[in-house]
Design a protein around this ligand. Structure first.
Ligand code: ZN
Length: 120
């Protein structure tokens, strides 16, 4: 197993190592703030994943719930190469890495040993 840092979350470090400085496991990136889960809708951009999250909001006028969607751009370190479109992933907030990227993918939801409480 490759050498990796303790990122402060109860997730298993990836089996592969990587050279990415912005990898929470093998680089120098620190995590703070929110934890979110969402479904991956794109992994086309280099080292980035687009995560879509669905929520429901009550509309008093029509007395119905509206389905809301939002997208989060997250850095995807090269060691997490088993993540593809359609996977549910856990992302953690970090410092801004690019104009729209201030989250990093830390684990695939199906690889987690137990549920990690995330922000709404
Ligand atoms: Zn890595």
């Amino acid at each position: 197993m490759a050498e990796s840092r303790n990122i402060g979350l109860d997730v298993r470090a990836p089996d592969k190592a990587c050279e990415d400085i912005n990898c929470p496991f093998h680089g120098k990136l620190s995590l703070r703030g929110k934890l979110l889960t969402g479904r991956t809708v794109s992994v086309s951009a280099k080292n980035m994943a687009v995560i879509e999250r669905e929520s429901f909001q009550y509309n008093p006028k029509y007395m119905r719930y509206l389905k809301k969607r939002s997208k989060v751009h997250a850095h995807l370190p090269p060691c997490l190469d088993n993540i593809g479109v359609g996977d549910t992933v856990l992302v953690a907030e970090t410092r801004p890495l690019a104009k729209t990227v201030s989250f990093v993918v830390v684990a695939k939801q199906s690889d987690l040993r137990k549920t990690i409480l995330t922000n709404p």
